[in-house]
Design a protein around this ligand. Structure first.
Ligand SMILES: Nc1ncnc2c1ncn2[C@@H]1O[C@H](COP(=O)(O)OP(=O)(O)O)[C@@H](O)[C@H]1O
Ligand SMILES: [Mg+2]
Length: 354
């Protein structure tokens, strides 16, 4: 059994404004294991940033309990921490942001070194440490550059080096790739994954993009209106999302909604004959699709016309999705659908011919 490095238990966070009460986080319980890359996904305003701010003591919960690495005094309202204690605890957790938050008048090296000002290291050791950190993020040749001389991806690398300066066990990434182009995003995600593996770093990834979750997370929680509405392993969530919002996020991430709108433009689909069904099929695991589709013709005289297909490997398990037109007589179609469902495929009828 791996051990939980972060436990959030029944967290409520309520803000009181003049004549308004905002319940930003409502009764959220989630446990993150050491070494996880844990995604928290949700639209803007869902409460993601507010929730993770309790982990590094930037936000005190209105109610609930926070445990970080077995330490119960994290964000406990009953415990008053001195500013030195607070600083020490915060140092155990690194954080990176969408807009990097670098100091413009300091070089890359100085930005990273600034995070070591309370470290107690000698000047030489600090310099050595900064050099190592810049090397770790692949930025040795940019040490003397100012933020304005760096690309977005390079700035985020400086921010990552700074976040790791005090050897935290946890890194919180709050939309850290949202300001980057797709290619740079991939590179930063690859770096985070490498740091996770090399250093055993636990990473909490806040994002509004399920694609990012799919690329590097092993677990994900979905938030909506302050609540955690669904949580699970990447394989579970992607192969069998339960909540409509989770399904929406996944549909966008897999590109199937784009495929669908193109398919709907096709003449065959526009004028679907009465003997045809437009069907979406989904499977996870070993139930490979093609043999089953072939059998459906031989057993029920139903032809299949594949209009779209996509297979991805998640946690070493193939997860496939297809859009097909099934054509046959009414009885045959019924029997074919039953057989597909019995073979553990998820079957959704998108359109019936008229
Ligand atoms: N300091 C604050 N005071 C008042 N309301 C806040 C504060 N911080 C966040 N909120 C509100 O809490 C809700 C959740 O915000 P946030 O955690 O930033 O969501 P997300 O990160 O998912 O976009 C929003 O309605 C936001 O306006
Ligand atoms: Mg946010």
């Amino acid at each position: 059994m791996s051990k939980a490095i972060i436990e959030l238990n029944h967290i409520d966070i309520t803000f009181h404004q003049k004549n308004r009460v905002i319940e930003a986080v409502k009764d959220v319980t989630l446990h993150i294991q050491q070494g996880d890359i844990y995604g928290i996904v949700g639209y803007s305003g869902a409460g993601k940033s507010t929730l993770v701010r309790v982990i590094n003591l930037l936000q005190t919960p209105t109610d609930g309990r926070v445990l970080v690495d077995g330490d119960t005094t994290f964000a406990d309202r009953k415990v008053q921490l001195t500013s030195e204690e607070l600083r020490q605890k915060r140092r155990q957790i690194g954080m990176i942001f969408q807009h990097f938050n670098l100091m413009a008048q300091k070089t890359a090296r100085e930005n990273v070194a600034f995070a070591l000002r309370h470290s107690g290291l000698s000047k030489e050791d600090k310099e050595k440490k900064v050099t190592e950190l810049l090397e770790l993020v692949g930025l040795s040749d940019r040490a003397e550059n100012y933020p304005a001389q760096l690309s977005g991806g390079q700035k985020q690398r400086v921010a990552i080096a700074r976040a790791l300066a005090n050897d935290p066990k946890i890194l919180i990434s709050d939309e850290a790739t949202s300001a980057l182009d797709p290619k740079t995003t991939k590179q930063i995600l690859a770096l985070l994954q490498e740091l996770n593996q090399k250093l055993g770093l636990t990473i909490v990834m806040i994002t509004h993009e399920m694609q990012i979750v799919k690329d590097i997370c092993n677990r994900v929680a979905v938030m909506q209106d302050g609540r955690l509405i669904e949580e699970g392993s990447i394989l579970d969530i992607f192969s069998n999302p339960v909540q409509p919002l989770t399904q929406d996020f996944i549909t966008t991430a897999t590109g199937i909604d784009e495929a669908l709108s193109k398919i709907e433009e096709q003449d065959l689909v526009k004028n679907l004959p009465a003997s045809s069904l437009l069907v979406q099929l989904k499977y996870a695991g070993s139930s490979t699709d093609e043999p089953i589709l072939n059998q459906i013709y031989s057993r029920h005289q139903v032809t299949t016309n594949i209009l779209y297909g996509n297979i991805e490997i998640l946690e070493e398990t193939p997860v496939g999705e297809m859009i097909v037109v099934l054509d046959g007589n009414r009885q045959g179609l019924e029997a074919a659908l039953q057989e597909l469902k019995a073979s553990n495929l998820q079957v959704k009828i998108l359109k019936e011919g008229v």
